[in-house]
Design a protein around this ligand. Sequence first.
Ligand SMILES: Cc1ncc(COP(=O)(O)O)c(C=O)c1O
Length: 344
Amino acid sequence: MANIDWSKLTFAYTKTNTILITTFRNGEWSPVESLTEDNIKFSTFCGAFHYAIECFEGLKAFRGKDGRIRLFRPEENAKRLRNSAAYLGIEAPSVEMFVDMCKRIVKENEDFLPPYEASGASMYIRPTLIGSNPQLGVQSSKEVTFMMLCSPVGAYVGGALDAVDVVIARNYDRAAPNGSGAYKVGGNYACSLYSLNKAHELGYKAVLYLDPTTKTYIDEFNSSNFFAIKGNTYITPDSPSILPSITNKSLEAVARHLGMEVERRPVPVEELSTFEEVGECGTAVVITPVHKLVDKPTLESSEETVYLYGDGQCGPKSLRLYNYIKGIQRGEIEDAFGWITFVE
Ligand SMILES: Cc1ncc(COP(=O)(O)O)c(C=O)c1O
């Protein structure tokens, strides 16, 4: 096992043994290769560098209580990558090829898979698909390279379940109306950096974006979906411009399983004052509770409406959902949903 202090890991890159790589050229994928070097060569004219012809995924592998290695819902990531690739007009690996490569990258880098005892740590897997042929014209790349990368990680920010402060910035959008918001394409992230950097300067961990057409409804954060708890109900936005989060879908299923109501519907900003718990959800940490949510007419303005949730800790209903998902991932709770793929 690698000599790593698992408790000190953050959401940052640690080099592992291998990366996997394959190229789709002339109608077929090349044999998947393992490379020990993570600096590789591409044409300086490839479509990814110039026109952001790139999409990616993020999922995790966990070492269970029984010592077995678990992947959480990798087929869902495979399908989402295929949707993103279709949006960019490029070839994508099949679901089977994607899942096989997830298993292989974990096997080849098992030394870097945190032990069960390191409860906040896991192995993050980053499947990445890029347009790789040289091109000048703006068009979908004919040749693509698919890479399966991984890194051991800890919590995305602070400790897992530390509550954060976030801000609604009405003068910035993450996605255009009828744009690319529902796809996991790199361009979406580049375009949200300007407002994210400003939010960080002001001490906020993330921006909560509103629907770009009417600015009336809640969309999502930079890299996570929004959810709220009201009474016994789990509420999450229905919007065409948010990424369909696999964690969010899993939380909805668990909430129903635990006897909660689930509402996926447009969530007006005015409703924020009626919620008891609010959080971000995504693969990186499952749930990040929100403590303070500030709504500003512009990020630069000093005018603000403040909403406070809880006392800096994760609310009880969010915590119950979090523990359930973590329990399935870590092999502590029976996987009644069939979400786990074992890496043997
Ligand atoms: C914009 C955005 N929304 C939501 C999510 C959460 O999705 P998932 O639960 O599939 O990780 C992510 C990150 O993965 C994201 O980047």
